[in-house]
Design a protein around this ligand. Sequence first.
Ligand code: UDP
Length: 363
Amino acid sequence: MYDYLIVGAGLFGSVFAHEATRRGKRCLVVDRRNHIGGNIYCESIDGINVHKYGAHIFHTSNKRVWDYVNQFAEFNNYINSPVANYNGEIYNLPFNMNTFSKMWGISTPAEAADIIAHQKTTIKGEPKNLEEQAISLVGTDIYTKLIKGYTEKQWGRDCTKLPAFIIKRLPVRYTYDNNYFNDRFQGIPMGGYNVIVEKLLVDSDVELNVDFIKQRNKYDNVAKKIVYTGPIDEYFDYRLGQLEYRGLRFETECIKKENYQGVAVMNFTAREVPYTRIIEHKHFEFGKQPITYITREYPCNWIPGMEAYYPVNDEINQRLYQKYAELASLEEKTIFGGRLAEYKYYDMDKIVENALALAEREI
Ligand code: UDP
């Protein structure tokens, strides 16, 4: 008999497994994919770590989380500084003095603030949706060229139908600083994310290609408790309805050039370009290989059976999630955690923080 059955070998499940085994508990980790690591899994191709489920850049302001992940791998000094490509015009991200200067031919923070103040006069009161939030932060020019098309592609709905918090993830700065994140610590684990997950799971039993939901009879009683990190609605057989997600499709290509786009992340912000970004993986680790791998990222409608990437945290879905969360709180044997079970747009550091907190409460 195991102490914990952990459903999902992603970051949440793996951190919990590590904390449990470290405290002498026996853990079985199952995952329906054929590999561990969930969405941070990388495949090493020709010496380049290809982020198979989209770019993952670790960043945090939480010293404890940073020290925690650094036990398992050394992090490099990569700083995410993506560029936006709007029909061939190149702008620095996040929105900062470099962006403003290129957009308006200005050079001082005061000039930028004046233009934005002028462009946002149409927005009265507290911004009610992503469009209003974006315009009130950076004005209409940046909204039109760098936000509207990208966001509508990514989320498959109008910016007026999206919650404001999504755009608040991005810093707006009146300095010439292209660091995409405000966090104190940032980097990519040397050797890739798999190194971390392998170490986290070293003392657990792991079974891959196991769909817990389809094999409940077999797995329900192998452990005293279950930590479930899969989709919460699937756990309850969709009995209250389905939560919506945004899907992604990745097209990876090998290019026989040393350097394709000169940056790890290029966002294509025009509505007409069908993908949102191109990732050139080698730049995450300053690779010097003679060839390169790029991945085009196409957002798509999600249907059950596909990988669920982004929870659509609009009001309808949020309300449905709350009902599932009430059901979850009644489950005595199962604990729910992570992006899919909490239906939340989490960054990796928050996942580590939450898994550590759960372990402390629970074990
Ligand atoms: N966003 C945008 N233009 C960009 C980059 C981001 O409008 O060039 C907006 C878009 O609404 C997106 C949100 O900012 O959904 C959050 O972007 P982030 O890069 O944090 O998304 P992630 O990397 O998590 O997919």
